[in-house]
Design a protein around this ligand. Structure first.
Ligand SMILES: [Zn+2]
Ligand SMILES: [Zn+2]
Length: 368
């Protein structure tokens, strides 16, 4: 399953002369691949130090979204949490990592199975044949299951089938657009969607090589890295990466800086799980999306989920229909949550609150 390419195959693919094999270092080869990585990296990420040797790669908000990543340097290597939505994005971050250290990337940790967090795994696996890709047992299962949700190997096929229609729709929208700014944005979206489609066609799904079923500690040369399995939340396999000495936690999408995505989630358990996370001794969170945050944001984010669930339950108990809930609840919760959940062009409060209500209605009320 985990078929690493040999160096020769790797060179063959990038069309380099066989003579170059003797002279090129494998690591440099990886970077030589992305001739424009420097520009791309600047547009895709900002690498922010959060502790000595620990960085948050904060993804720029794009139409074809990338997740944030965490970069953890050890005395003899690098551990990277999450690998974005596509190899070119992982390549761009890898280029930046090479600016920090020449040590090899030894481990990738995938926080969950969603497409925007693991589809770049191959970049690191190709560069480092002994790379370990670690996640929870549940997430590995989700990565191969037919209907786990918006991620995994079967989801690649679904995206390939859906993208041409998505691009046609964007083209239709451009025809109808009158505002030049909106037109330019749609054109940029088409460019991103077409580039993403081209990458998906050659994607090599690189699955985890090692799984964990409960919280455990990795002792990496000078760095203690805990993998916390705290319960279901954003998915049923969420992994939190915790650095106890640095007091930093990497949350994946279990905590983000915009509106949560509940479709593959477990709303009530999510609140419980975040209560467990709150008890962990940390000062900074590297989120799945958005800027580095403090514990205060965890309280805010959990508060939204808890209030959303309470509002839907109450409306249902009062005999309200889903349509009525979608009309009333957004305004009820807006004073507390609209501003804090609408800091970025993506995932804003009004864009997602209706869908969130519907998900809670289906997953909590209907099932309850
Ligand atoms: Zn995500
Ligand atoms: Zn996600």
């Amino acid at each position: 399953m985990h078929a690493h390419w040999t160096r020769r195959q790797f060179l063959g693919r990038v069309g380099m002369a066989a003579a170059a094999i003797q002279t090129l270092d494998q690591l440099d080869l990886c970077c030589a691949l992305a001739g424009d990585a420097k520009t791309a990296a600047k547009d895709l990420f900002e690498l922010k130090p959060v502790a000595d040797g620990v960085y948050a790669a904060i993804a720029a908000t794009q139409y074809k979204v990338n997740s944030n990543a965490a970069v953890i340097l050890t005395n003899d290597g690098v551990v990277v949490v999450d690998s974005h939505s596509k190899p070119s994005a992982a390549q761009a971050l890898y280029h930046d990592i090479r600016g920090l250290t020449k040590n090899p990337v030894r481990k990738i940790i995938n926080t969950h199975f969603h497409w925007d967090h693991w589809q770049g795994n191959q970049v690191y696996a190709d560069a480092f044949p002994s790379l370990e890709i670690i996640t929870s047992e549940r997430t590995k299962e989700n990565l191969t299951m037919a209907d786990a949700g918006v991620g995994g190997v079967p989801f690649i096929e679904r995206q390939l089938a859906a993208l041409p229609k998505e691009i046609d729709k964007l083209k239709d929208d451009i025809m109808k657009a009158t505002d030049p700014e909106q037109k330019a944005r749609l054109e940029e979206n088409i460019r991103q969607a077409e580039a993403y489609l081209a990458e998906l066609k050659t994607l090599k799904p690189m699955l985890p090589t090692r799984t964990v079923t409960s919280t455990m500690t990795l002792n990496e040369q000078g760095r203690e890295i805990q993998l916390l399995l705290l319960g279901p939340g954003h998915t049923d396999g969420d992994v939190y990466v915790y650095l106890p000495k640095e007091k930093v936690v990497v949350t994946g999408d279990a905590v983000i800086d915009w509106m949560p995505f509940l479709n593959d989630g477990y709303p009530e358990e999510w609140v419980q799980t975040l209560t467990a996370l709150e008890k962990v001794d940390f000062n900074q969170m590297i989120l799945g999306h958005g800027e580095v945050a403090t514990k205060e944001h965890l309280v805010f984010f959990k508060g939204y989920l808890a209030d959303l669930i309470a509002s839907v339950k109450k409306a249902a108990a009062d005999g309200g229909t889903l349509d009525e809930m979608k009309k009333a609840i957004p305004d009820q919760l807006a004073p507390r949550y609209e501003r804090g959940m609408s800091k970025y062009p993506l995932g804003q409060y009004r864009d997602r609150v209706g869908l969130n209500i519907e998900m809670v209605y289906q997953k909590v009320v209907k099932k309850g």
